[in-house]
Design a protein around this ligand. Structure first.
Ligand code: NI
Length: 261
C-alpha cells in the first residue's frame, strides 16, 4: 500500500471531485492520505474529510502566505481542534519568502505561535519552506521543534541540509520534483538519505510528476514517485512501500493499516 502524506483534497479544484480523485488513487494502490490545511477554511475541510473517511487524516495550520489578518479567533480554532483524534499534525506552516503577501515578521510570529500549539498538543509539524531554508532551520531549532519532530514537505534543499533537519527529528518528504529530468538535489537526497527518514507525497494539485508536468496533480501519481525513488535507491517497491507506511505511522502516531497487499 502506498501513502500520500501531503495531498490537498481540500483545494478548491480537487475538493469539487474529491471522491473521484480518491478512487483513482486507490485504484493505483494508494491507501492512506494526509490532507494538510493551509488556511482556516481548508483546515476545517481537512477535518471534515478525515471524519468522513477512515483512510484520510488531517493536519491543521496556516500557510505563511495565508495569515494576513489572522488573530486570536483563528489561532483559538487551531488550539481547540489540534487534539481531534483524526488531526495528526499542525501544518502546513513555515516560511515562504518567494511571495510578499505577508512580511517576514508576520510569518515568523505565526510560525512560532503554531510551533507552540503543536508542542503543547504533542503533535508533529508539516513544514513548508520556500526560499527560506536557513531561517526555517534556525526557528525550528530555537523553539525546540525536535521535541515533536515533523516532516520537511516537498524538501528542495541539499543533502547536507536534509541531514541537519533529520537531527531535529524531521523526516524528508519527497514528491514530484524527484522525477523531474532537470532535478539534482532531490535525486541526491533520495539516493543518500536513509529510507527510515523518507516520506512520499504529491502536494496535489501542484508539483505534478514527470511525464505529466503542467497537468493537474493527483494522489494517483504516487506510484511514479515511488518508482523513481526505488530506481535511484535500487530497492524493490514492496520493500519501499512497507518502510514508508511504517515511517508514516511512526511520525503521525497512526494505528492500524497493516500492509497486507
Ligand atoms: Ni501543500
Amino acid at each position: 500500500m502506498y501513502v500520500d502524506t501531503h495531498c490537498h483534497l481540500n483545494n478548491k479544484d480537487l475538493y469539487a471531485k474529491y471522491k473521484q480523485v480518491m478512487d483513482e488513487a486507490m485504484q493505483n494502490g494508494v491507501g492512506l492520505f494526509i490532507v494538510p490545511g493551509f488556511d482556516l477554511e481548508t483546515s476545517k475541510i481537512a477535518v471534515e474529510l478525515a471524519e468522513k473517511y477512515e483512510n484520510i487524516y488531517a493536519a491543521i495550520g496556516f500557510h505563511p502566505t495565508e495569515i494576513k489578518g489572522y488573530g486570536k479567533e483563528e489561532y483559538k480554532w487551531l488550539e481547540e481542534n489540534v487534539n481531534h483524534p483524526k488531526v495528526v499534525a499542525i501544518g502546513e506552516v513555515g516560511y515562504d519568502f518567494h511571495w510578499d503577501t505577508t512580511t517576514e515578521e508576520e510569518q515568523e510570529e505565526s510560525f512560532i505561535r503554531q510551533i507552540e500549539i503543536a508542542k503543547k498538543a504533542n503533535k508533529p509539524l508539516i513544514i513548508h519552506s520556500r526560499d527560506a531554508m536557513n531561517k526555517t532551520y534556525l526557528t525550528l531549532k530555537e523553539h525546540h521543534a525536535e521535541l515533536i519532530g515533523g516532516v520537511m514537505h516537498s524538501f528542495s534543499g541539499s543533502y547536507e541540509m536534509a541531514k541537519e533537519f533529520i537531527k531535529l527529528n524531521f523526516y524528508i518528504g519527497l514528491g514530484g520534483p524527484v522525477t523531474f529530468t532537470n532535478a539534482k538535489d532531490p535525486k541526491i537526497v533520495a539516493e543518500k538519505i536513509d529510507i527510515n527518514y523518507l516520506l512520499t507525497e504529491t502536494d496535489s494539485p501542484y508539483l505534478t510528476p514527470h511525464p505529466y508536468r503542467g497537468k493537474e496533480n493527483g494522489p494517483k501519481y504516487i506510484p511514479l514517485i515511488v518508482q523513481k525513488i526505488c530506481e535511484i535507491k535500487q530497492i524493490s517497491s514492496d520493500e519501499f512501500a512497507d518502510k514508508i507506511l511504517e515511517n508514516t505511522k511512526r511520525l503521525f502516531k497512526i494505528k492500524g493499516w497493516e500492509n497486507n497487499d
